[in-house]
Design a protein around this ligand. Structure first.
Ligand SMILES: Cc1cc2nc3c(=O)[nH]c(=O)nc-3n(C[C@H](O)[C@H](O)[C@H](O)COP(=O)(O)OP(=O)(O)OC[C@H]3O[C@@H](n4cnc5c(N)ncnc54)[C@H](O)[C@@H]3O)c2cc1C
Length: 414
């Protein structure tokens, strides 16, 4: 038996497990899969849109409406949770200021706000007058250098100044004979110093003049200093632009967090789903893992439920539009306000706001505000009240609610 069982190994579950283990708790982390970090940009978004583009995320957090997951946490606690995580990662993996958003070019040349980023991305921050040389690799799909440069050159930096950009291409297979290499193929090749040197030489030959050389985010999988090697060889600032999944920067964060979690002594069970629970007293006594050899019951004094949202299978919706949470049967926010997925793609989608409401400690509550299980805490995407992907708030919510849950369990909550 552990002190705490954490369910889900996305950003929320990993952060909760790490925070609990750091506070001396024995923790079992159990998950059916690796979560959303592999799909993410490898940054930590706190709040990007309200719907206006946000430049000071903690100021914007302080003014979210009641019912938003941030409302019961507060800007100060959000800032300190995110700063704690940045310290855990260290500046070679995560840097920035939770009070200020970077504005980075995306893989289609739009500008995207985020609070914490990998140091290999920082030079991409859009400031008026900056010029970019966007260099693509012919063999690597999903990095359309011409489109990125064209859109960047049409964009204004948040300070109102113009940006300029041009594109260039190199030919450099990562592995002989591989027809459809992924970003990971390149990132692994870059872990070899001599391949990274060949890459930098080829980029240097075509990049021309620009303040920053923008490159696909494939500069190393295990080796953290590939971007520095390339920048030093070019004698120029460079920035990595994240690609569609599999996301190398996202995998870097996942690998680092999981390594920290394991090193902190957390027991990690992967590949099986928690399917139900056994009540005990006024809370949860155990959760049931659907393991290959038959069900296993994981007992603990406390539980953190961090299963993500619809995208992770945390919620079920049937053909009548009825939404349920299948593990604990937790009460969900109402869904009868309108169509769950309206035909307007860019409009609000009620489906993604549905979730669990919590008290200030992060425990699920019912419609009357009563706590459902006294020793069950929820964290991350399962929490109701906002469209995380639209606001670019899902990472900050995951981190802040995971820290809140862990601190209430350890008695460290303020
Ligand atoms: C299309 C899309 C784009 C997004 N873009 C952004 C963005 O740009 N910025 C942003 O901040 N947020 C974005 N989000 C929100 C994103 O969900 C959060 O940022 C964050 O990844 C949520 O982390 P999490 O740990 O709560 O959930 P997840 O990362 O989804 O992890 C959930 C974990 O729980 C596990 N799990 C689920 N059910 C069970 C079970 N029964 N038993 C065991 N394990 C289980 C899963 O396998 C997984 O490991 C986006 C979401 C979507 C859907």
């Amino acid at each position: 038996m552990s002190d705490v069982v954490v369910i889900g190994a996305g950003l929320a579950g990993l952060v909760a497990a790490l925070r609990l283990a750091r506070a001396g708790k024995s923790v079992t982390l159990t998950t059916k899969g690796p979560g959303g970090l592999h799909l993410s940009q490898g940054t930590v978004d706190i709040l990007g849109y309200t719907p206006e583009r946000v430049s000071a995320p903690l100021d914007a957090v302080a003014s979210v409406p009641a019912g938003h997951p941030y409302a019961s946490i507060g800007a100060e606690a959000v800032g300190s949770a995110v700063s704690w995580l940045a310290e855990e990662f260290g500046p070679e993996l995560l840097t920035g200021d939770p009070a200020r958003n970077f504005q980075f070019p995306t893989a289609v040349g739009a500008l995207r706000p985020t609070a914490l980023a990998q140091p290999s991305m920082v030079a991409g921050d859009a400031v008026g007058g900056k010029s970019y040389a966007v260099v693509g690799v012919r063999q690597l799909k999903d990095f359309p250098a011409d489109l990125i440069a064209g859109n960047l050159a049409r964009s204004k930096a948040p300070d109102g100044g113009a940006l300029s950009a041009h594109s260039a291409w190199i030919d450099l297979p990562a592995r002989k004979g591989e027809a459809d290499p992924t970003p990971l193929t390149y990132a692994r090749a870059m872990d070899d110093q001599s391949f990274a040197a060949t890459f930098a030489k080829a980029v240097g030959a075509v990049a021309g003049k620009a303040d920053v050389v923008a490159l696909p985010a494939v500069l190393g999988s295990k080796r953290r200093d590939v971007w520095r090697q390339v920048a030093d060889q070019l004698g120029r600032d460079i920035c990595e632009i994240p690609l569609p999944p599999p996301s190398v920067p996202g995998i870097r964060l996942y690998d680092a967090l999981l390594a920290m979690v394991r090193a902190a002594g957390v027991r990690f069970i992967q590949g099986s789903r928690i399917v139900s629970f056994t009540p005990g007293g006024d809370g949860v006594a155990s959760v049931t893992l659907a393991a290959a050899g038959g069900p296993r019951h994981l007992k603990a004094a406390s539980f953190v439920f961090a299963p993500g949202g619809f995208e992770s299978g945390a919620l079920d919706v049937d053909s009548f539009g009825t939404i349920t949470e299948p593990v604990f049967g937790l009460p969900l926010t109402a869904t009868d306000a309108g169509p769950l997925i309206p035909s307007d793609y860019w409009g609000p989608h009620a489906l993604f706001e549905v979730g669990v409401r919590t008290d200030d400690a992060g425990r699920p509550i019912d419609a009357a505000g009563a706590v459902v299980h006294t020793n069950l805490f929820v964290a991350g995407g399962i929490i109701a009240g906002c469209e995380r992907w639209r606001e670019k708030s899902g990472d900050g919510i995951a981190v802040a609610t995971a820290v809140r849950a862990a601190d209430h369990i350890t008695g460290g909550a303020r």
